[in-house]
Ligand binder design. Structure first.
Ligand code: NDP
Length: 246
């Protein structure tokens, strides 16, 4: 186990990719705090499965669109786990809309949850991170290429913002031996992007491997980046998309 003694916060981890990341970090030995917006029962289930591994776990209700809640979730993690070594900014929302039709509320929500929250969580965690600390931002393969017709422009913008943010922050935190990276999932079968959903077949067909990814495919990459074998990787963008952008 590579993460014994480490303390992690995974945002948006009641379901989907975040839940898999939280469990995978715990399986490597980390104590884990998770945030969620509404799914308190699902969050409790994630905490139970982490506790069953013999690790400390806590679920924190925190809407990523609320700056104070994001700040408090980091502070609560530090209080509950005794510190923070790994921050995974995973919570994200997808509001499909052509730009001409997109409401101001949907534009603001996308930017607040997908961009502002990772900045605020990082800003709050940075003073607590020691040498070997990790910030891992969950982007999207749509940051590199945007398929036509689906109304992805603002979502893609929000994810591409994480690339430049992570590069800059890698420079800021490198002297303290803290790494900052982006993991860009491709099509992963979750509530956000079900393999059997309306876009499932087209998204599957553009992969080189001919299949959707599983939440564990992303959790494996995040766990690797969080661990000691990834100590020389920083400011990088790792795409896990089954070759969709190849
Ligand atoms: P899901 O919609 O399946 O799950 C989202 C998770 O984030 C839930 O735990 C949800 O909590 C939480 N969440 C959503 N909004 C907020 C909020 N405002 N505040 C706090 N928590 C919130 O998403 P995925 O697991 O599919 O996606 C995870 C990340 O991966 C996102 O950043 C997404 O953009 C990215 N991604 C996903 C891809 C995919 O194909 N699935 C592809 C590329 C990127 P609750 O249960 O309480 O609602």
């Amino acid at each position: 186990m590579t993460l014994i003694g480490k303390r992690a916060l995974v945002t948006g981890a009641s379901r989907g990719i975040g839940a898999a990341i939280a469990k995978a970090l715990a399986a490597e030995g980390a104590d884990v705090a998770i945030t969620y917006e509404r799914s308190s029962d699902a969050a409790t289930q994630v905490v139970r499965s982490i506790a069953a591994l013999g690790r400390n776990a806590v679920a924190i209700q925190a809407d990523s669109a609320d700056a104070d809640a994001v700040r408090n979730s980091v502070d609560q993690t530090v209080d509950a786990l005794g510190g923070i070594d790994i921050l995974v900014n995973n919570a994200g929302i997808l509001r499909l809309s052509a730009v001409a039709d997109m409401t101001l509320a949907d534009i603001d929500a996308t930017l607040d949850v997908n961009v502002r929250a990772p900045i605020i969580a990082s800003k709050t965690a940075i003073p607590h991170l020691g040498r070997g600390g990790r910030i891992i931002n969950i982007g999207s393969f749509f940051a590199d290429k945007v398929p036509g017709g689906a109304g992805l422009s603002v979502y893609a913008l929000s994810k591409s913002a994480l690339t430049a943010f992570s590069q800059g922050l890698a420079r800021e935190l490198g002297p303290r031996d803290i790494t900052v990276n982006v993991v860009q999932p491709g099509s992963i079968d979750t509530d956000m992007n079900p393999a059997k959903g309306p876009f499932g077949e087209i998204l599957r067909s553009i992969t080189a491997l001919g299949r959707y990814g599983k939440v564990e495919d992303i959790a494996n990459m995040v766990t690797f980046l969080a661990g000691p074998k990834a100590s020389y990787i920083t400011g990088s963008t790792l795409t896990v998309d089954g070759g969709a952008n190849a």
